[in-house]
Write a protein that binds this ligand. Structure first.
Ligand SMILES: O=C(O)CCC(=O)C(=O)O
Ligand SMILES: [Fe+2]
Length: 351
């Protein structure tokens, strides 16, 4: 039987994934087993032994600093509210998580670059299409190179998760061809006067899983007892967490863990790559992952609808478009924060 054990973990597992790059299937299986255990017991873990080169990560950070150092008027040249596919600059206060508290963060949202004449784009699919690139030398090249490298790591993890679920490595591949996978460049400014400001409010991620590269501590994840656990910085490691889609596919065996960034003690940058499946993928518990005598714990959702509806409900410019009738919420849109321990431990809110 597949079941998750929502443990009262106090630290995150560390998984060396170098075996995923091996051409020996026993090496890949050994990593997959560790991935499966961490995904079931914690839903959050460090990944070491990856092959995303240091130079790519360094260039990404440098370009990001250059972007955010610009005056706000320059950054607003690529304001996300100018985009029809949710790409661009997210100023402070634009994205509001459940609870409505103001986040001290700004972001630049980048995604898989699809041309405006791509059939998926001409069909009016939300969240896909071209990026709004800032006019900074080398920015697009460096960020694209990083995107491709971290996406390759994501693809290997996807294969590992498939193995961990007793499937062929390529089981999920048909669902990941032109995914609305966002790379966020996040900046949390340090402000000594902002007493109880939060970095980012509690949430789960809406996609399959996330590969996060942080530059400073500040991230916290909620354990099975509803306690916030610090995620210290581990040099060169990624922090990977399960998102809502993997939780549904596994009928809750893999856990989409709630997390947040509290008030930061230093200037902080972080880079989540949200590894999504294609917009039109219907995600439902995989029949043979539903244990004997158990039923499906989740209704089917269209992956893109879930991502889009959560995004519409949390971004000010999209809520305005909704109010003006320019966008509509998918029919079975879930409220914000429907997944994760946070929803199950609401009493721990704002402690
Ligand atoms: O900055 C971080 O460490 C986490 C960011 C995050 O959770 C998100 O953007 O979904
Ligand atoms: Fe997140």
């Amino acid at each position: 039987m597949m079941s998750s054990t929502r443990t009262a973990f106090t630290e995150l597992p560390v998984i060396d994934v170098s075996g995923l790059y091996s051409d020996q299937s026993t090496d890949r299986r050994a990593v997959a087993e560790a991935l499966g255990r961490a995904a079931r017991e914690v839903g959050f873990f460090y990944v070491t032994g990856h092959k995303v080169e240091m130079d790519l990560r360094k260039d990404l950070l440098e370009q990001t600093k250059r972007f955010f150092e610009q005056p706000v008027e320059r950054k607003m040249d690529v304001y996300i509210g100018k985009s029809i596919n949710h790409r661009g600059y997210v100023p402070e206060g634009e994205e509001v998580m459940v609870g409505g508290k103001h986040d001290r963060k700004e972001a630049l949202d980048i995604g898989l670059e699809l041309a405006s004449n791509d059939p998926l784009v001409t069909a009016g699919t939300p969240m896909v299409g071209p990026n709004q690139w800032p006019d900074l030398p080398g920015f697009r090249t460096d960020v694209t190179a990083y995107y491709e490298a971290v996406f390759d790591l994501g693809r290997r993890l996807l294969h590992g998760f498939a193995l961990a679920l007793g499937k062929d490595e390529t089981f999920f591949d048909d669902f990941v061809t032109k995914p609305p996978s966002q790379l966020r460049l996040l900046h949390y400014p340090y402000d000594a006067d902002a007493e109880d400001a939060q970095g980012i409010g509690a949430h789960t991620d809406y996609e399959c899983f996330t590969l996060l590269l942080p530059t400073a501590p500040g991230l916290q994840v909620m354990n099975g007892d509803g306690e916030w656990i610090d995620v210290p910085l581990l040099a060169d490691a990624y922090v990977v967490n399960i998102g809502d889609m993997m939780e549904i596919w596994t009928n809750g065996a893999f856990i989409a863990t709630s997390h947040r960034v509290r008030k930061v003690k230093e200037e902080r940058y972080s880079f989540p790559l949200f590894f999504a499946c294609d917009y039109h993928t219907t995600v439902a518990p995989i029949p043979d992952l539903i244990g004997d005598g158990q039923t499906a714990n989740y209704d089917p959702v269209r992956a893109g609808d879930h991502l889009f509806s959560q995004t519409v409900q949390s971004f000010a410019y999209l809520r305005d478009r909704l109010a003006r009738g320019e966008v509509t919420l998918p029919e079975d849109a879930k409220a914000l924060s429907s997944f994760g321990q946070y929803a199950r431990h609401l009493e721990a809110q704002d402690e």
